[in-house]
Design a protein around this ligand. Structure first.
Ligand code: SF4
Length: 348
């Protein structure tokens, strides 16, 4: 198959058959693919890179995903929770720095009942009505999602991690269900959230067919935001001896996602920056247009370790925005200080 022809077809039709997708996911010759994705991104978002202030407010979790460093059974994890006042202080600092989206991320920590979370969300929205609040707190009931939306939450991130039932069963304990996760995502959409999903690249037992299944699931969901990142092992998990995911495959997938979902907000994740010193910049060049610097209090940043050696300083930190601005400008892009809502219409 002529690779450039396949990329042109993906650009025009926003879809491809499974064999073509597998070829593109695995190619070492990605120049034309990245150029097509960069062109597509410019058509929808110009040169803007959107920033989100990430507040990791609890590393307690009731679940035991086999790949995750803050899984309940990892007794070596030092646990913490932030109070509403802690979180509002993070928002205040973030607002001063120019952030207009706050992402509240945590494990599935039942300490944060609907009442506690709704109070946090409505307090942030009353103090900063021009800001978006994104939640990333896992699987909850329809009623809970609805209450949080009514309290003012605008967006919700829930990565499905893998859309293949067989693969899902190898990454999660029996108590967890892929069906429930998928149902949560469709419920979040129905309620009215801007919804984000995504998956790990290179997780144990993943095949190219699994990745095609991930792309097919996203096609059904049509999320506003899509986050992917390489699997990175954590010493305190059953997957500690597995190889990390491939940077190249991750970048190829960012470009494929940009071509399949031109309107999507796609972050260049901290995991990419962790796997390679210029990983985040490479993500932008492959089609990503969002970055989520860490706005958590300094004392807890190194405790939210989903994987080993996670970056949390320099341009990964909210206070490193000027460094980030320079790094992005060197690529021909610019940091945007607006809310950065999804844009479903091509501008050209
Ligand atoms: S991946 Fe999420 S749900 Fe699973 S153990 Fe980690 S924090 Fe909990």
């Amino acid at each position: 198959m002529n690779m450039n022809f396949a990329i042109d077809t993906l650009y025009d039709t926003r879809d491809a058959d499974g064999d073509t997708l597998k070829l593109l996911i695995d190619t070492d010759d990605s120049g034309y693919l990245f150029a097509a994705a960069a062109k597509r991104r410019r058509e929808y978002y110009g040169t803007d890179i959107y920033i989100r202030g990430l507040i990791e407010f609890t590393n307690y979790c009731k679940n035991n995903c086999l790949y995750c460093g803050i899984r309940a059974e990892n007794v070596s994890a030092v646990r913490y929770r932030l109070t509403k006042d802690d979180i509002l202080a993070c928002c205040s600092e973030g607002y001063r720095l120019g952030f207009r989206t706050f992402v509240l991320q945590g494990g599935e920590d039942m300490y944060y009942t609907d009442g506690v979370l709704c109070d946090m969300v409505s307090s942030i929205k009353s103090a900063y009505p021009d800001c978006a609040v994104t939640l990333s707190v896992g699987e909850r009931s329809y009623e809970s999602y609805k209450a949080l939306f009514e309290a003012g939450a605008d967006r919700y991130l829930l990565r499905h991690e893998t859309a293949s039932p067989e693969h899902y069963a190898k990454l999660h304990p029996k108590s967890m269900s892929l069906e429930n996760r998928k149902q949560c995502l469709f419920e979040l959409k129905e309620i009215g959230y801007q919804v984000g999903s995504g998956f790990m690249v290179g997780s144990p037992y993943q095949t190219l067919d699994c990745l095609v299944e991930d792309l097919r699931f996203l096609r059904k969901l049509e999320p506003d935001m899509i986050g992917i990142g390489p699997f990175l092992p954590h010493a305190g998990t059953p997957f500690n001896a597995f190889e990390k995911g491939s940077l190249r495959r991750c970048l190829n997938l960012i470009a494929i996602l940009r071509l399949m979902f031109p309107y999507a907000l796609i972050p260049s994740t901290t995991a990419l920056g962790t796997i390679h010193p210029d990983g985040r910049e490479m993500g932008f060049m492959a089609g990503a247009n969002v970055v989520m610097p860490n706005l958590s209090p300094n004392g807890v940043r190194e405790l939210y370790t989903l994987y080993d050696n996670k970056l949390h300083t320099g341009s990964e930190a909210a206070e490193g925005l000027s460094e980030l601005r320079e790094r992005v400008a060197a690529l021909g892009y610019n940091i945007s200080y607006n809310r950065g809502d999804v844009n479903r219409d091509c501008r050209v």
